[in-house]
Design a protein around this ligand. Structure first.
Ligand code: ATP
Ligand code: MG
Length: 628
């Protein structure tokens, strides 16, 4: 009995740990309420869709598989060779044989290294291609979504979908899949080699496997939980950061820095705690597998050495010292992949979660798409008609209630009315950013739904209420990737809209850098730049949503003057807050709560002494007051 004491002690220790972990496992409740990690798609569905991306690279993956087979030869063959050398040293020891063994060993090592390298390179190449494909698909898909759909998706989330999530997926193709396959093959290969070498000792090793499986299952539950916690904490911190960095100027002007710091500190602390918890789970799991490994080594030496010294025969096999050495090496190669597999399954889950998030964006069906029988609109005269148009953003909250008007080609029509009356909405309907619920919109006498959207928008030059400038320089902002336009033409367009004077004053002219959102330019300058941008794109219908921002009188006159010129280009629709802008319009449409209350020329409307008259006299008196 005392003879078996060491083995009993090892067994007892493993047993106690197994019971403790099992209890913890059973007591632990799995919360599924966390954000961002829940899964709705079945694994099979995700795999099927991912395979579609991998399909074009089938031959490369087959090649990688064969290369991988070579790379694991080292894992399986090297312990056998070392075992043989051990026998050699013990016996006759012919030096030439030793040399040939060493040469074979070195040969296998080199081949395996080359194969591992080739495999990594191949996979990286394929992985990067798949990654860029997924990224492109996601971005292109997001571009096709309607304004309504986009406004429901937070920008931060979309950025993550395009930039981070594809990375996790590509990591799966370049790394996880292959290592999982490789580890599984190594385990099988090593097991086979051990069985051939000595099945009694192999059986002893297999006694440890149930414990490894048990610990792994338990580990996976805890690791998923901590991964989820880290994930949630990271999302929370990112969302907080992206919003608060955008609004940092407000924070500073309201002296809220300390308060914000506290809020950030709390989120940061949670992330720290979550990461510590994750470290702890891994910190327990890895030593546990290591303990099993060491115990198996202990048993190997105990039973192996005993069998060898006493020259015992189990199932007709004897144990030589070479076998013990080979087994010692095999044990390491057996337990390592098992531990890796457990950890990689987790990474695989993470990749699946990322894939699901991307697919859920790709699954959003664009709301505004071409009707099947839509035809392009090659030429446009610029006739626009609204026939009893009803529109709402949210069900039953009508923003436009039976709006009808008719704009003839070349006319300038202005929309005026109080804030929220639906002016911007009308302009976006003309560009078909939204679909109307009732009524009809006709462009050149054709229903807007029968026109291909891209061909429709090509004829429109839109100058929106808040001018958006991209970071870059002035030229790139004006051209927006339009090609074959010389600087002279660009400057001519700028001159046409009176933007040339201030551009010339800039140190670098057209090359002057534009910061994010164009915040190094004034509101008036941005407006003039947006005019120039529109002119350069030679639209037939011009749509202007005038900014409400106060502009100095000089700039206002410049804008006034450019508008007079732009008007001659084609049909023009203006939303104006300063009534001075619209006096020369052919028709002025006065809106109130989504309904047209009056329309006509400036003079006619003044004569009516209705709503327009009131608005006009109000602005006029205000101006007079300001001037006096
Ligand atoms: N994307 C949207 N989702 C939901 N409601 C919206 C959306 N855009 C506008 N609205 C609502 O529709 C109404 C009309 O808005 P619209 O932007 O057309 O007004 P506006 O006349 O251009 O006002 P302003 O003079 O302030 O620019 C408002 O009540 C607004 O709250
Ligand atoms: Mg508006």
């Amino acid at each position: 009995m005392p003879e078996y004491l060491p083995v009993l002690i090892v067994g007892a220790v493993i047993g106690v740990f197994a019971v403790v972990f099992l209890t913890a496992f059973l007591l632990e409740k799995d919360k599924k309420t966390s954000m961002g990690f829940e899964r709705h798609m079945a694994d099979g569905e995700i795999i099927r869709r991912l395979l579609r991306y991998a399909k074009p690279y089938r031959s490369q993956f087959v090649l990688v598989f064969f290369v991988m087979l070579f790379s694991i030869v080292y894992d399986v063959a090297s312990p056998l060779l070392i075992g043989k050398i051990e026998e050699l040293i013990k016996g006759s020891f012919p030096l030439s044989k030793l040399f040939s063994y060493v040469a074979v060993y070195a040969g296998i090592l080199v081949v395996s290294l080359i194969c591992t390298y080739a495999q990594a390179m191949l996979l990286q190449k394929v992985g990067q291609k798949i990654l860029s494909q997924i990224r492109m698909d996601t971005f292109t898909h997001i571009e096709r979504l309607s304004h309504e759909q986009l406004s429901k998706l937070p920008v931060g989330k979309l950025v993550t979908r395009v930039s981070n999530d594809p990375n996790s997926i590509s990591y799966m193709f370049t790394n996880i899949l292959v290592t999982v396959a490789k580890n599984a093959l190594v385990i099988l290969g090593v097991l086979g080699a051990m069985l051939v070498l000595n099945y009694a000792l192999t059986l002893m090793v297999l006694c440890f496997v149930p414990f490894v499986v048990l610990f792994t299952v338990i580990f996976r539950k805890f690791s998923r939980k901590v991964h989820r916690r880290v994930n949630d904490a990271t999302t929370a911190i990112n969302t907080y950061l992206s919003e608060n960095l955008s609004g940092i100027k407000i924070t500073q002007s309201f002296n809220r820095e300390e308060r914000k710091m506290e809020e950030f500190g709390a989120r940061s602390a949670e992330l720290k705690k979550a990461k510590m918890a994750r470290m702890m789970v891994f910190g327990i799991f890895r030593p546990m597998v290591y303990m099993l490994y060491i115990s198996s080594v202990l048993c190997l030496f105990y039973f192996g050495a005993k069998g060898s010294i006493q020259d015992l025969h189990w199932f007709g096999q004897s144990i030589s010292s070479g076998v013990i050495v080979s087994f010692y090496m095999f044990l390491n190669k057996f337990f390592n992949p098992i531990q890796n597999l457990a950890e990689q399954f987790d990474m695989l889950q993470k990749s699946f979660a990322a894939a699901e998030k991307i697919f859920s964006v790709l699954d959003i069906v664009p709301e505004i798409v071409d009707e099947p029988d839509a035809k392009p609109l090659d030429e446009i005269r610029g006739e626009i008609e609204f026939r009893d148009v009803w529109f709402c953003y949210k069900p039953d909250e009508w923003v436009l209630k039976g709006v009808s008007f008719h704009v003839l080609p070349g006319q300038t029509v202005a929309f005026v009315g109080p804030t929220g009356s639906g002016k911007t909405t009308i302009l976006s309907l003309i560009c078909r950013n939204y679909d109307i619920q009732r009524g009809q919109i006709l462009i050149d006498g054709r229903d807007i739904k029968t026109i291909q959207i891209a061909s429709l928008r090509r004829h429109f030059g839109q100058m929106l209420q808040d001018v958006f400038l991209f970071s870059g320089d002035i030229r790139s902002n004006l051209l927006l990737r339009m090609e074959g336009v010389s600087d002279e033409e660009v400057m001519a367009a700028c001159k046409y809209v009176n933007a040339d004077a201030f551009i010339k004053r800039l140190e670098k002219g057209l090359d002057e850098p534009v910061r994010e959102r164009g915040n190094n330019f004034s509101a008036g300058q941005r407006q003039l730049l947006s005019f120039a941008r529109t002119i350069l794109h030679k639209p037939s219908v011009i749509i202007l949503d005038e900014a409400t921002a106060n502009i100095d009188t000089e700039t206002e006159l410049l804008i006034q003057d450019s508008l007079e010129r732009i008007k001659t280009i084609g049909t023009m629709l203006i939303v104006a807050h300063r009534l001075s802008t619209v006096q020369h319009a052919d028709n002025i449409i006065v809106l109130d709560h989504g309904e047209i209350c009056e329309q006509g020329s400036h003079q006619a409307l003044l004569a009516q002494k209705g709503r327009y008259f009131k608005l006009y006299t109000l602005q006029f008196t205000k101006q007079k007051l300001l001037e006096s």
